[in-house]
Every structure is written in C-alpha cells, then in structure tokens.
Ligand binder design. Sequence first.
Ligand code: CMC
Length: 467
Amino acid sequence: MAGQHEMRDGACPPGACSERWPMDPVKTDRESSEKIAAGKRDSLTVTDNRTGKSYELPIEDGAIRAADLRQIKVEEDEFGMMSYDPAFTNTASCYSRVTYIDGDKGILEYRGYPIEALAERSTFLETAYLILYGELPTKPQLEEWTWHITHHTFIHESIKKFLDGFHYDAHPMGMLVSSVAALSTFYPDAKDIFNPDSRRKQTYRLIGKMPTLAAFAYRHSLGLPYVYPDNELSYSANFLNMLFKTTELKFKPNATLEKALDVLFILHADHEQNCSTSAMRGVGSSHVDPYSATAAATAALYGPLHGGANEAVLRMLLDIGSVKNVPEYIKRVKGGEKKLMGFGHRVYKNFDPRAKIIKQVAYEVFDVLGRNPLLDIALECERIALEDDYFVKRKLYPNVDFYSGLIYQAMSFPMTMFPVLFAIPRTAGWVAQWEEMLQDPEQKIARPRQLYVGDRRRDYVPIDERQ
Ligand code: CMC
C-alpha cells in the first residue's frame, strides 16, 4: 500500500502545480559594518577597564554580534572576549520570519497572523502551509497541498515490523523518536538536502506520516491491529480514525472533537526557537537528513520541561487528588520541593495566548464528553497561583500545557500520548525552521564555545601510583 501511494509522489492532483518552493531565503537586510562604523547606524561603545580601550560595536536589529566582542582583548595573541549565556536566555541564534512572539504582551503570530485568528478560522493543514510557505494558500494551492499530504500518510510495511519489536508498554514518544529516525533509512533521497524538490517531498512525508507513526505506536501499546489512513478524512479526523477505529466500516469523528484537535494542532504548530526547534536547527546544521533532525527535535520535545509537560501536568493533578489538597501542594511548590507543572514560560511573562484559547476549547470538549473531574483541581491551582506573591513576582502563568492534558484525557488519550500530540503539529514548524536555516547564508554548523575551568596539562599517573 505504501508503494501504491509513493508511486504518485511526483504527480500533482488535477489542476496547476502552483506551489512556490523553495521559500525565499530568510530576510537578511543587515547593513555593512563599514556603513555602521561611519555612524549611519546605531552602535554600542564598550570600554574595557582592563586596558582602558574603547570599542564601538554596531547594533543591528537591537542586537550586537557576539563575534564583534572578539576584538576586545588584553594581549594581542589571546582569543578575545566571548559572551557567556548558559541556556541561551539572551542570545539570538538566527534571523527568522516564521513566528513572532512578544512575551510581555502575550502575542503569538505565525507569519504575522495572530494565533487567535488562526485558531478560530483556519485549519491545521492551512496553517502548516502558511508556516512553511509564508502566505495563506489560495483555494487551488490548499487543495494541492492537502492532496500531497494525504498521499504521503502511508508508511512502509516494514516500519510496522519495526514497531512490533517494541515492548507492549513502550512509551509512544520513544517509539516515535525511533520510527521517525528510521524513516531516513527508507528514503535515502532525503540526504539530498540542497535539492528543493527533495526537501519538498520529505516535507510532505514528514507531515503526512507523523500521525500514522503516532497512531501505530498507540495501537501497538493496546495490542490492537493498525488502522490505515483514510484519505477522505481531514488531517485531525484521519488521526482519530487511525487511533480509535474498531469494527465500523467507516470512522465518523465527532465534529466538536475533530475541531478541538485541529485547533490544538494549530496552537502547537510552531513556537520559534524553543528547545526542540533549536535541536532541529542544531542537528540539521550538520546537514544530516531531515528525518534524523526531526528525531532529535522529537527527543528534545519528550522532556517534562518541554512537550512532556502536558503529561506531567496530568500526573501532578492526579497526585494532588482533590481540591482540598491544592493549598498544601502550592506550599510545597513555594518551598522548592515541587514544580507547578504547566506554569511558567521562558518567553511569556504575562500570559500564554495559547493557554487562553485552550481553556475555551476545554469547555467545548467537556460539553460533549462531560466535565473532567481534574478540572476543578486545575482551576483551584490556577486561582491560588494567580493571587500568590510567589507566582506573581516570578511572572508564572498557565502555559499551553496546563489545560491541554485535561482535553486529551477527556478525549480518551492515555497520558503517554500527550507529548506525541504535541510532536505531530510541531513537525510543520520544525521543517519550516529547518528550511529557513538551510537557506540562511549566515548559518553554519552549530558549535557553541565553552569557558573551560578544568585542570590544565598534567602528567599521566600509572594506575599503581594513583591515590
Ligand atoms: N513552578 C514553580 N516555580 C517555577 C516554575 C514552576 N512551574 N517555573 C519557574 N519557577 C520559578 C523558578 O524556580 C525560578 O525561581 P527562583 O527565581 O526563585 O529561582 C523562577 O520561577 C524563574 O524560573 P526559571 O526556571 O529560571 O525559568 P525558565 O525560563 O528557565 O523556565 C520553564 C521555563 C517553562 C522550563 C519553567 O517555568 C518550568 O519548568 N515550568 C514547568 C514545566 C512546563 O510547564 N513546561 C512547559 C513549557 S510551555 C510548552 C513548551 O513550549 O514546551
């Protein structure tokens, strides 16, 4: 079956092949240092108090270039000044045109379109197109794009055998990381990363096959037969079909749940230079194929501080157990014993706009499926935290993961599937950021520096003489 679909890879659906690819290179309107040195642009003057020398560093787009610090040195033969920024809290690693975030104002935009408008009016596949191509598609473009994605949903039958090798209780995120990496062995043409046609095909495959891999991982954990994709269904409905179809001839999703999942996919589609996207760009910068880079990004997302937080929130709410236990739990959080999972964000310091939308979606889902009993515990955590000085002072607010787990649980997803539900839509963002990185002439293999503070050259000590 996989072959049947792959044979049509090169073909377009009826109508013109109108897709614009590759994307334009990321805008690099940086002006020359000469112009800046001539005083036509902003600059920063730094005085090195060790030598009394002053340096003028150009400011471009509100930043100085870390490499410009290298001229600051005491001795001519030394390496020069570096900036130290563990966890990259204040370092821009790239120019990007994909996603804009203003963390203080709670703004999130994909390609300039507010997340609120996309959640209300767009679909995941349309949003994925926007993220990748930079513009909302016309009707024929959307049809063509949808055709390509739905005709790359099948996976090679050998991948099923590969998935069968996992233990019955294997975490689906571990299975997803491994199976995405394994795709590179099925598509060796993916190594041709400087060929736009090849990149386009891998993009279709990645966005098309992630839900299939995820659903197969889920079915494996239940010992259920795999359900093949149904190309007549929408992206999110097909995913629900592959997860939940049993004996019915045709899976018919509940429209509210299909829409809710689609909105959740839109909200998770990209989030600029977070941990997993940085992994995608960093690993991709070695010019490895995109499946291997996506596997690295998926692994980064697995962690409880990132995409694994939605699973961690649910576990926390279950651990709290009842509304009356919330104050005690908050006390432990304030004592540094625990974290309030689903709270806090590196960038958002006012509110996470995705959390606001998700809370609304949660109520719509609960109207259909009944109220999740953990909701009251979550609401009480939120109520106390938003009034408590500890959280207010640190600007800790509910993030995207605080309510998403409650929706997923209500929709019958096991907790282990929550991070997988994040990885599926984020693939669109990862691929767009990877494209942008490859086309940015300033990007090279990622290679941070270090400040070495260990021992220096020592004499080797034979084992018998060691203390
Ligand atoms: N509960 C309790 N205290 C917290 C929390 C929390 N969830 N988050 C941050 N703090 C405290 C932290 O201990 C620190 O306190 P102090 O100044 O006294 O040392 C202060 O707030 C600043 O936190 P930070 O760790 O320096 O902030 P960060 O930007 O490094 O971390 C974060 C951001 C999201 C990793 C962190 O807030 C966190 O661990 N949250 C819980 C996990 C979570 O919900 N992650 C999902 C993030 S959103 C989805 C995604 O993009 O992946």
